[in-house]
Design a protein around this ligand. Structure first.
Ligand SMILES: Nc1ncnc2c1ncn2[C@@H]1O[C@H](COP(=O)(O)OP(=O)(O)O)[C@@H](O)[C@H]1O
Ligand SMILES: [Mg+2]
Length: 240
């Protein structure tokens, strides 16, 4: 891969594993360290009706609003989240439902503008790496276009070794650098869950942070940022 951009792309092994929470926590950790950090949710689905006076857009992404709060930026929502569909589906079928095509060039223009405005960018993906944006263009291809290293957010429980290692293997296959893995929502209730962090650390030979299930992290972004920094996030490669 050619010259990397200063930033990370936060992907998941799956949907609902905590990408938004973790991407927001990373952004807040960098903000607290004094960086001018930008955030982006390039393509969102499951949008809510948007009723801000004067705005033309139809749907708004809760993820984009959350990320903007965490990073405390004033970038317009159209820039942070240029594409949003209503249906809770992958982007390609959600776009087809609205008889639309996803304009990747528009997404990339917004991305380049955010990169120009900020010295570090945190981008949240959609679902996992093989989620289709078009019939033959996947989240993985978007990461390639953005030239970003990747943070993988994983579920904590049984099944996650397979999903996490598949995700890491796919990144390696495409030559996309891995910044690290975050096992999120950890409760350690089962033997599988308890052993997963150690197993992943041994196989990947590094960089696995565990984030506990902690409802206060949903609104206390500073507490989450503090936890990530304490666990070594800022010593990861590709973090400033
Ligand atoms: N560490 C955590 N502690 C408590 N709740 C969490 C944690 N991580 C995620 N959640 C909850 O799990 C759900 C999915 O998280 P979210 O960040 O939206 O995932 P994704 O962006 O991958 O779809 C949300 O309701 C979120 O509030
Ligand atoms: Mg999300």
């Amino acid at each position: 891969m050619s010259q990397l951009i200063n930033g990370v792309f936060v992907t998941g092994t799956d949907t609902d594993c905590g990408k938004t929470l973790i991407a927001g926590g990373i952004a807040r950790a960098l903000l607290k360290k004094g960086h001018n950090v930008g955030v982006m949710k390039p393509i969102a689905t499951w949008g809510d009706p948007f009723r801000e006076p004067g705005m033309k857009r139809k749907w708004v992404s809760e993820d984009a609003l959350h990320l903007r709060l965490c990073a405390a930026t004033s970038d317009a929502l159209d820039l942070i989240n240029p594409v949003c569909f209503k249906a809770a589906m992958a982007p390609w079928p959600a776009a087809r439902l609205e008889k639309k095509n996803i304009d990747v060039e528009r997404v990339m223009m917004a991305y380049r503008e955010l990169c120009r405005r900020h010295d570090y960018i945190v981008v949240e993906g959609v679902g996992g790496l093989m989620v289709p944006i078009k019939r033959e263009f996947f989240v993985l291809d978007l990461i390639g276009r953005m030239h970003l290293p990747v943070v993988v957010v994983a579920h904590p429980a049984l099944g996650t070794l397979n999903h996490t290692l598949l995700t890491v293997a796919m990144l390696k296959h495409k030559g996309i650098p891995l910044a690290g893995v975050i096992i999120n929502n950890f409760q350690g209730k089962t033997r599988a869950e308890k052993s997963n962090p150690t197993v992943l650390r041994k196989i990947l030979d590094r960089r696995v942070i565990v984030v506990p299930h902690q409802p206060r992290f949903l609104s206390n972004y500073d507490a989450l940022a503090h936890h990530l920094v304490k666990e070594g996030l800022l010593r990861w490669p590709h973090l400033p």
